[in-house]
Write a protein of this length. Structure first.
Length: 221
């Protein structure tokens, strides 16, 4: 090596390197889908919680700015059985562990209430669908599982979709069996939802978040 030459660091920062560009709505969608992957593979619930808390927060901001219809928590009476409302509201008010990685107290014990992840995932999926009209197959799969096993169906819904039979065939420990059985149906449902929701039915600001215009490459303009 010649005099004055310097060794370049192997992991040096290159400002001209390609960058992944994603919108906030795309981030929320990826976070929810990743939660579904973790959930149906019995993955780490703490990691799931951090992801879904972030997605839920993003979607809450979108709701306040564009829809103003509230999150699932604000409309619980329409979806949750009356006898479960108090427990549900208490659960949703529990402070998120979010990104509090010991910033204040390294010795504090973090508590993650049972079923909080499921409720946050259900709420986030409901809001994503309301915003985009286009839920992903993983979102539909996760929503069905949660509604079945947390008994969110009304009495009429339980009977209409024969939910007790689904719970019997796919008990709470058999998430993988449920995924294999229902994912093809969810793929079909997501495709139908996309066909039924033309661009004109979606707010322009939301459409731009879903399908951002990529800047023209140099030399191609």
């Amino acid at each position: 090596m010649g005099k004055g030459s310097r060794k370049k660091p192997k992991l040096g920062f290159n400002p001209k390197a390609a960058k992944l560009q994603v919108t906030k709505l795309q981030i929320a969608q990826r976070e929810i889908d990743t939660c579904a992957d973790l959930y149906f593979s019995n993955g780490d619930p703490v990691s799931t919680h951090l992801l879904i808390s972030a997605a839920h927060e993003i979607l809450g901001v979108f709701d306040k700015r564009y829809l103003k219809t509230g999150m699932f928590f604000d409309q619980a009476e329409q979806h949750v059985k009356p006898e479960m409302l108090e427990e549900y509201r208490s659960l949703m008010k529990t402070p998120s562990t979010g990104s509090k990685h010991g910033a204040k107290d390294l010795n504090a014990m973090v508590e993650l209430p049972w079923h909080l992840n499921e409720m946050l995932m259900f709420s986030a999926i409901e809001k994503y669908q309301e915003l985009t009209k286009r839920p992903t197959p993983k979102m539909l799969l996760l929503r069905i599982w949660i509604a079945v096993h947390l008994r969110l169906f009304t009495a009429e819904g339980e009977q209409m979709f024969d939910v007790p039979a689904i719970r019997k065939e796919f008990p709470a420990y058999d998430r993988e069996g449920f995924r294999k059985a229902f994912y093809p149906t969810c793929e079909e449902g997501a495709g139908q939802a996309a066909l039924a929701a033309p661009q004109a039915d979606i707010l322009p600001e939301i459409w731009q978040q879903m399908f951002p215009k990529q800047p023209a490459e140099k030399g191609n303009s």
